[in-house]
Design a protein around this ligand. Structure first.
Ligand code: HEC
Ligand code: HEC
Ligand code: HEC
Ligand code: HEC
Ligand code: HEC
Length: 468
């Protein structure tokens, strides 16, 4: 008997070793399924906040905090559920209310069976009881609620809970569980934030999501020394939990204007714009303006996430010296529709009839991918003819704009009183002169955008302080 057991285990060990050499996981870990847990096994974030006050304040009002109560999400999931006869109910809820799904409280999609704690979205005692995962995409998390909290420290001690180190927390694969969405029926990749990151230079250099989204660095890691909780030791780096993206639309509805401000700041660090114009142009002449946009700061495409809904575009306005508009593109009409549809940088998904749809649950193909990849530069062209009797010089102003969703979609879902904010990510202007202007009266340099302005302002302040 003993011999058989030993031989059996030897064979087993050999198989596991062989499998691990081929890279095939020996144990495809079982992800936590619908209804496997109960919501009373989770602890409310308020309790965690008693000792982790700064972390709690960071998280409060962010899109993780709002992931379920977000009214835009709630309206969309209602439509998705109706469109698919409830087929997507569990799928959508798994990322937006992971406690709701693992404790079997949702579906029903109307939320009628949900506990209070499940409504608090992606929260402390969900994220820190992730004890493993089965890869990335469609939320393959393994959660073990209870005394142990998993995290990035291997020497952490708390009077309230056990602590366990798990490397996953410091890696993009942690975020990639949810920030990679694949259509459950036809396999279409709907959100490719993780895979785009992985294939980029950032993935090669291992600049993780956490480096940009959980430090003040925004576009790179920046250490933030401090204490992770009351009575905790001082450490070289504590991660901030104000994990923001570009969403300045929803947080103010929860009173979190500070989160919206951080989102604006982040958007303004994501990209740069440049314009190339002729230095002078005579009446009747055709002018070509080239606007180039570079995704200089994001570790994934801009936009990313629900990029079939997000909109990035250039608003181009050329005026003469009396303020008359000579050329415009990408301006909003009174209904909030962007003029010149072709200039929108986002992802256009199509349904089985080949028609464009923002309802990604109905999509089975990509019709057009106009997003700007990490470190990529795209160039668009604008042209117009200089009118007669124009008052020189002409001012060219290009603004790179971001909007969380088309106004038409929000009007339909949330009523016409809800305005989606348009955020200027960057702007630049240039001047076009009358060919008759003598060269010494022309300033050819274009005005830099926010990023460069901030740097030059910092220099001016530093010079001022230095001279004092
Ligand atoms: C979206 C998931 C997520 C949520 C929500 C979240 N955390 Fe974290 N937390 C992380 C990750 C990931 C790290 C490690 C980041 C790193 O080291 O790169 C972390 C780190 C920590 C740490 C270690 C100290 C530090 O800041 O580095 C503590 C303590 C902590 N979190 C507590 C909390 C508390 C309390 C809440 C709720 C107020 C919370 N977390 C919400 C994912 C999350
Ligand atoms: C009684 C105070 C207290 C409460 C309540 C508390 N913690 Fe902690 N926690 C601490 C202290 C102290 C540390 C040690 C921090 C360090 O090592 O720097 C810590 C560490 C952590 C860590 C880091 C673990 C690691 O190994 O990286 C995480 C994650 C964490 N807490 C999450 C939570 C969550 C989630 C809750 C709510 C369910 C919570 N804490 C409630 C005091 C508390
Ligand atoms: C359990 C799933 C889950 C995990 C794990 C997770 N997220 Fe999220 N995250 C979400 C959901 C859901 C939303 C969006 C909620 C909404 O918009 O209604 C979100 C929102 C965000 C946003 C805000 C996006 C915006 O438009 O402003 C950022 C940034 C973000 N997550 C980054 C991260 C990072 C970085 C990590 C890893 C440390 C991470 N997330 C881990 C589910 C998750
Ligand atoms: C090099 C820094 C950097 C890295 C690495 C990075 N991000 Fe971002 N992220 C940004 C910036 C800057 C923005 C703002 C631009 C935007 O919203 O598109 C952003 C925006 C976002 C948004 C909002 C997207 C939108 O367009 O509405 C999400 C979600 C997000 N990041 C998640 C992630 C996840 C998940 C990872 C890791 C797989 C990651 N980020 C890695 C810098 C970074
Ligand atoms: C694998 C995880 C996952 C699944 C499944 C998922 N989502 Fe999301 N959802 C996210 C993340 C992450 C974001 C944030 C991305 C960003 O900010 O661009 C998000 C954002 C959204 C937003 C934008 C909210 C806002 O305020 O801008 C809507 C709407 C949404 N999801 C609806 C749905 C619906 C409907 C389904 C089911 C058909 C679904 N989601 C399934 C992870 C998921």
């Amino acid at each position: 008997m003993r011999g058989t057991i030993v031989k059996g285990s030897l064979l087993f060990v050999t198989i596991v070793l062989l499998l691990s050499m081929t890279g095939i996981p020996a144990f495809a870990a079982e992800v936590t399924k619908f209804g496997e847990l109960s919501s009373d096994e989770f602890t409310d974030a308020d309790r965690c906040g008693q000792c982790h006050a700064i972390i709690y304040a960071d998280w409060e009002g962010t899109m993780h905090f709002n992931a379920y109560l977000d009214p835009f999400y709630l309206e969309e999931v209602k439509v998705a559920s109706e469109d698919t006869d409830g087929l997507v109910d569990e799928f959508c809820s798994r990322c937006h209310t992971p406690i709701g799904v693992t404790s079997g409280e949702i579906p029903p999609i109307d939320g009628s069976q949900m506990s209070e704690i499940a409504k608090h979205g992606v929260q402390c005692d969900f994220c820190h009881v992730v004890s493993g995962s089965n890869g990335t995409g469609n939320a393959p998390f393994i959660v073990t609620p209870g005394d142990t909290k998993w995290g990035p420290f291997d020497d952490s001690r708390s009077a309230f809970h056990g602590s366990e180190y798990l490397e996953l927390y410091t890696r993009s694969e942690y975020c990639g569980m949810c920030h990679q969405v694949i259509h459950p029926v036809n396999g279409l990749v709907i959100d490719d934030t993780y895979s785009t990151w992985k294939e980029s230079q950032y993935g090669d250099d291992n600049v993780a999501c956490q480096d940009c989204h959980m430090t003040e660095g925004i576009t790179e890691f920046e250490a933030n020394p401090g204490r992770a909780g009351s009575g905790a030791p001082k450490r070289d780096h504590i991660s901030s939990h104000d994990i923001v993206g570009g969403n300045a639309f929803i947080p103010p509805m929860f009173g979190a204007d500070n989160v919206a401000e951080m989102a604006v700041e982040r958007l303004q660090r994501a990209a740069t714009v440049e314009v190339k114009t002729p230095e002078m142009a005579a009446s009747g002449e055709e002018v070509i303006i080239e606007a180039s946009i570079t995704n200089s700061g994001a570790g994934h495409s801009i936009p990313t996430g629900v990029s079939e809904i997000r909109q990035i575009w250039v608003e181009m306005i050329v005026t003469d010296s009396e303020g008359n508009e000579i050329y415009t593109a990408g301006t909003l009409d009174e209904d909030g529709t962007i003029e010149g549809e072709k200039l929108i940088y986002n992802n256009v998904l199509g349904n089985s009839e080949g028609n464009a749809t923002e309802s990604f649950w109905l999509a089975d193909r990509v019709l057009e991918d106009n997003r700007i990849g990490p470190k990529e530069t795209v160039t668009e062209e604008h042209n117009f003819t200089v009118p007669d009797d124009v008052a020189y010089p002409l001012t060219v102003k290009a603004t790179l704009n971001y909007r969380s969703a088309p106004q038409e979609l929000i009007d339909k879902l949330m009523g016409e009183d809800t305005e989606v904010p348009v955020i200027a990510m960057n702007e630049i202007s240039a001047t076009i002169y009358d060919p008759a202007t003598p060269p010494e009266e022309r300033t050819t340099e274009s005005t830099p955008g926010f990023g460069i302005l901030a740097t030059s302002m910092a220099l001016v302040i530093m010079m001022y302080l230095f001279r004092r």
